[in-house]
Design a protein around this ligand. Structure first.
Ligand SMILES: Nc1ncnc2c1ncn2[C@@H]1O[C@H](COP(=O)(O)OP(=O)(O)OP(=O)(O)O)[C@@H](O)[C@H]1O
Ligand SMILES: [Mg+2]
Length: 261
């Protein structure tokens, strides 16, 4: 692995019981990158992100987040990253302000953080819900609270699992702007998405994950070349790469069967 990656993932394998969710996932993410993990349902995106965020131990493999292992030192990694999980679980009985106060106290943030928090709340148009219990908020509003909670300590690395889910068009645009500002200031983002358009227009690099393996990786133009589809959309490339891989797997199976007959 090279030395200046902010996040390094090497040969991750994860079994849930008998289910092999990850089958040797490796990639690196550098300062200034928005790395998109793109893949169908069940491909292993959430599993990969949970492992990087120190929420889940892999069966095998190595991870470093700014030189720290989330496998051996999850608390330290949680301190330095911002993570928006797939299933957001916030304290439903607290108001937005009470919840963010709680996060600020856990993270030992100085009171000056509130200027930034209120700017974010205003941008996402949720100041009007400041005193509303989280349990009474819509899904999209909860997602905005989870995003603010992940951003408020200004982490260098953001791990975002389907970050645009539930957001309306205006909020999605604001989040994309926030992501661009984040990487312009030297940070890095790893996100998962099903939204091809998001991957195509926002991510600086994409890893296509399928059945627990990264089957292709690169900038959008790299992937277009790889799939031999210079004019193709990412969606076409994605389908082409998956189809090719399945064809290869099918051919290998046929050969194996032929050999054993
Ligand atoms: N807690 C769990 N117990 C058992 N199997 C699991 C568990 N979590 C995930 N899996 C399995 O691991 C595989 C990868 O799941 P994962 O949630 O990482 O996929 P994903 O790419 O995030 O999918 P989606 O796009 O639907 O969010 C799937 O086969 C899934 O059924
Ligand atoms: Mg997922």
């Amino acid at each position: 692995m090279s030395n200046n990656a902010l996040v390094r993932v090497k040969d991750l394998v994860k079994y849930y019981g008998e289910v092999k969710a990850l089958d040797g996932v490796s990639f690196e993410v550098y300062s200034g990158e928005i790395y998109g993990l793109l893949g169908p349902n069940g491909a292993g995106k959430t599993t990969t992100l949970k492992i990087i965020a120190g929420m889940l131990k892999p069966t095998q493999g190595h991870v470093e987040v700014m030189g720290i292992s989330p496998i051996h030192n999850p608390t330290e990694v949680k301190r330095i990253i911002g993570y928006v999980p797939e299933e957001i679980s916030l304290y439903e009985s607290l108001s937005i302000i009470e919840f963010l106060e709680f996060i600020a106290s856990v993270r030992k943030l100085s009171p000056s953080v509130w200027t930034y928090v209120f700017t974010l709340m205003r941008s996402f148009d949720i100041l009007k819900y400041s005193r509303t219990p989280i349990g009474a908020l819509s899904y999209g509003t909860k997602q905005k609270v989870a995003i603010i909670a992940a951003l408020m300590h200004k982490p260098k690395i953001l791990i975002l699992d389907e970050p645009l889910r539930g957001l309306d068009a205006k909020s999605a645009k604001i989040l994309k702007e926030l992501m661009n500002l984040h990487i312009q200031s030297g940070g890095a983002i790893i996100l998962s998405t099903h939204i091809m358009d998001l991957a195509e227009h926002l991510c600086t690099r994409v890893g296509i994950i399928h059945k627990g393996k990264i089957i292709a990786e690169g900038s959008i133009s790299d992937l277009k070349r790889l799939a031999d589809a210079p004019q193709g959309t990412l969606e076409e490339i994605f389908l082409e790469l998956i189809r090719e891989r399945e064809e290869v797997a099918h051919i290998i199976e046929t050969i194996k069967r032929g050999l054993s007959e």
